[in-house]
Design a binder for this molecule. Structure first.
Ligand SMILES: *Cc1c(COP(=O)(O)O)cnc(C)c1O
Length: 357
């Protein structure tokens, strides 16, 4: 075995977020969802890309509706975006949070009969969204539990699709029909805008779009679609290059061995503590796509760079315009959501502002 090392150290792996591409995806989804209004789902730190910079850029690009999971996220958004942005809190509010929620003009999504009763009794003048479970069996009121009379300011009716990523699933049409029935049961006294579609729902067709669409993953470049551009790049560097003889192993538990003829391995600076944990993953070195081999370590990954000219310090792309998040999803079997939100806080974040990189 032989090794060489000593490249320029110090710089942690870099997550580069293209704000112009984010804005392009927002415009494309507005177009696809139109004439429905498009809300940006920015829960979970905008899917790992940074809640405030992402939301601020979307607001500058014309977005005026933002959806988060938690009250605290809504408060942070309100402080950054000012009084005009419409912000929905999808987990709803606990009793102790109701006053703050209404005082800050945040709109809770009411998910069960208790939340509805509490909001109706103390904050009936403040708008809230009513979430109806139409078959996903996650958050939302069962259609059978809907109150006969809505005693709060009904801002919108909402439901969520379980199988929007699978256009051929019969569950989509079933949920659509249940939502129509539930809205019909509420009757004309409670007409309100309806919101069903997430990104996948927008692509299911006009029947699914109603008045408001709620898009996350499409904004962040996590789907394969001709109108959606990659938003995320991940960069790191080679720390060391090693030559292995046939049969020598790499990494913990010796899970990979060099084949006949030996191998050249690049040890790169990223690991599972950076949220980058998938055996069978890929990276790009010198413009060439190379496989990860051996187990991913906490701060290190090993790549098979046999036959390539590679030096310590050389740049490595873990994701870029040629190795996109949906492509990584296809290669590894992990969802784009999981890949994006898994990007740890240890990636330095850099936001590309002007023209595309
Ligand atoms: C996360 C979420 C969305 C966004 O879904 P995408 O598939 O990322 O577009 C929409 N609605 C609800 C209720 C969600 O939880």
């Amino acid at each position: 075995m032989a090794s060489s090392g000593g490249g320029g150290l110090g710089a942690q792996p870099l997550l580069r977020v293209s704000l112009p591409m984010l804005a392009e995806n927002y415009a494309a989804l507005c177009d696809l969802a139109g004439p429905a209004r498009l809300g940006a789902v920015v829960k979970s730190d905008a899917y790992g890309l940074g809640l405030l910079p992402v939301a601020e850029h979307l607001a500058r690009s014309g977005c005026d509706l933002f959806l988060v999971a938690w009250l605290d996220e809504g408060i942070a958004l309100r402080e950054r975006l000012g009084p005009d942005a419409e912000i929905w809190i999808m987990h709803g509010v606990e009793p102790g949070g109701q006053d703050e929620c209404s005082a800050r003009g945040l709109i809770p999504v009411l998910n069960d009969p208790d939340q509805i009763a509490r909001w109706s009794s103390s904050h009936a003048d403040h708008p809230a969204v009513l979430n109806i479970d139409t078959g996903m069996n996650r958050l939302g009121v069962d259609p059978g539990q809907l109150p006969g009379v809505i005693a709060f300011r009904l801002h919108a009716l909402m439901s969520h699709l379980a199988s929007s990523g699978r256009p051929d699933s019969a569950q989509n049409a079933e949920q659509l029909a249940r939502l129509h029935r539930a809205a019909g049961r509420l009757g004309s006294a409670h007409r309100a805008p309806i919101s069903l579609a997430n990104t996948g729902g927008v692509l299911l067709g006009a029947d699914y779009r109603f008045d408001i669409c709620r898009c996350g993953i499409g904004l962040y470049g996590g789907i394969l679609h001709e109108r959606i551009a990659p938003v995320v790049e991940l960069h790191t560097q080679v720390l060391q290059v090693r030559r292995l003889r046939a049969g020598e192993s790499v990494g913990y538990n010796a899970r990979w061995c060099a084949p006949a003829g030996g191998a050249q391995i690049a040890v790169i600076a990223a690991g599972y503590a950076d949220g980058w944990l998938f055996d069978g993953g890929w990276a790009r070195v010198g413009g060439v796509r190379v496989p990860m081999v051996g187990e991913v370590s906490m701060d290190l990954i090993t790549l098979d760079v046999t036959g390539l000219e590679v030096q310590p310090g050389d740049p490595v792309a873990l994701a870029d315009a040629q190795l996109t998040v949906p492509e990584l999803s296809r290669l590894t079997g992990r969802s784009s959501y999981d890949i994006l939100t898994g990007i740890g806080a240890r990636f330095r974040r850099e936001y590309v502002l002007g023209a595309e990189p």
